[in-house]
Design a protein around this ligand. Structure first.
Ligand code: FES
Ligand SMILES: [Fe+2]
Length: 348
């Protein structure tokens, strides 16, 4: 797993009065809101006796540990130790690590790493979000799979006729036209035309039975955001996923589905069901892939022309791990107040 990136890890609307536990990158964090309503992210381990701060509560913009009531401010500094007499000093090591946060697209993003602000890779763009021409819908999907397999699935073009034959894939047309890779900072995308099967359900009211090719654009941003654009002529949709690595074997996809048609709330249920059906079609396949993580050595799996985009992802990931040394490892043991060790590694 990689450090030095922003991870969208929580639906902002779900972070309320109480602190929330967040398991991400094989590590426990606590999220809460400060007095101004800004999201705060700290390590979820009290430096006193290691209790989970997420089991506590928020008071005066600080999180309060449920064991002995120590308080930690948004910077992670301890501001109160109730058992101490008034004249006792707060130990210097009585603090927890704090992580930068941003709220964007209805998600809370957390930066995990050690780069100064000016050098951090940016949060990926999603200009359609907040634009009145689009209706946005949020959801989550949990995978028993390594995030690299989920990310590659999100940009894989050739599987649609097989895995999604019941939704948008066309088993009669499995060939993938040669496509050009468009590189952008920290990612890449590709556009292809897919021949869709006849529309079903609600969509059959709008789309003709003989459909023009679906202009499809698929892409990714390091380390774990994927974006799929489908242009069906009269209808356009975008599925934007933050595939959050929970640990080496679990991934939580936070998704936003944007559509420029049927924009009333009445169609949300249908849009949600269609989006989840696509994930459910992918799920058994993605969870079956071995090894869990995509191999570091390109020659460990066989590639064909239609795999060009996932190969860009593999190369960027390898560059982050090997050349930049951005592999993330948390030390199993740590003493109060010290930042976790982050040693370069290839656990990826
Ligand atoms: S363990 Fe948190 S205050 Fe004691
Ligand atoms: Fe898929």
């Amino acid at each position: 797993m990689l450090k030095n990136f922003w991870y969208a890890c929580y639906h902002a609307a779900e972070l309320g009065e109480r602190p929330a536990k967040l398991r991400m990158l094989g590590h426990d964090f606590v999220l809460f809101r400060d007095r101004a309503g800004r999201a705060v992210c700290l390590d979820d381990r009290c430096p006193h006796r290691g209790a989970s701060l997420a089991g506590g509560w928020v008071a005066g913009g600080c999180v309060v540990c449920p064991y002995h009531g120590w308080r930690f401010d948004p910077a992670g500094a301890c501001t109160s130790i109730p058992a101490n007499r008034g004249d006792a000093r707060i130990p210097r090591k009585a603090n927890v690590r704090a992580y930068p946060t941003e709220e964007r697209y209805g998600w809370i993003w957390v930066f995990v790493g050690d780069l100064p602000e000016a050098e951090r890779p940016p949060i990926p763009p999603l200009p359609e979000y907040g634009d009145r021409r689009w209706r946005a819908l949020h959801g989550s999907f949990l995978w028993n799979a390594h995030y690299t397999r989920v990310v590659e699935n999100g940009m894989d073009i050739a599987h649609a006729p097989f895995v999604h034959a019941r939704t948008f894939g066309n088993p009669e047309r499995p060939q993938v036209d040669e496509y050009a890779i468009e590189h952008h900072p920290w990612g890449a995308s590709a556009s292809v035309e897919l021949v869709a099967p006849p529309p079903g359900g609600l969509w059959s009211l709008v789309l003709p039975r003989e459909r023009p090719p679906v202009k499809t654009r698929t892409g990714f941003y390091m380390p774990s955001v994927t974006r799929l654009d489908l242009d069906l002529g009269r209808m356009k949709m975008v599925i934007f996923n933050s595939n959050v690595p929970i640990d080496e074997e679990h991934t939580l996809t936070l998704w936003i589905m944007l559509r420029d048609f049927f924009k009333g709330a009445w169609a949300d249920g249908n849009a949600r069901a269609r989006t989840l059906q696509i994930f459910e079609e992918d799920q058994p396949i993605v969870e079956s892939e071995r090894p869990h993580a995509v191999p570091m050595d390109m020659s460990d799996e066989v590639h064909v022309k239609s795999d060009a985009l996932p190969l860009v992802f593999r190369k960027l990931r390898r560059e982050c791990l090997r050349e930049r040394g951005w592999g993330l490892e948390w030390s199993a043991e740590r003493t109060g107040g010290e930042a976790p060790d982050e040693a370069p590694g290839e656990a990826g």
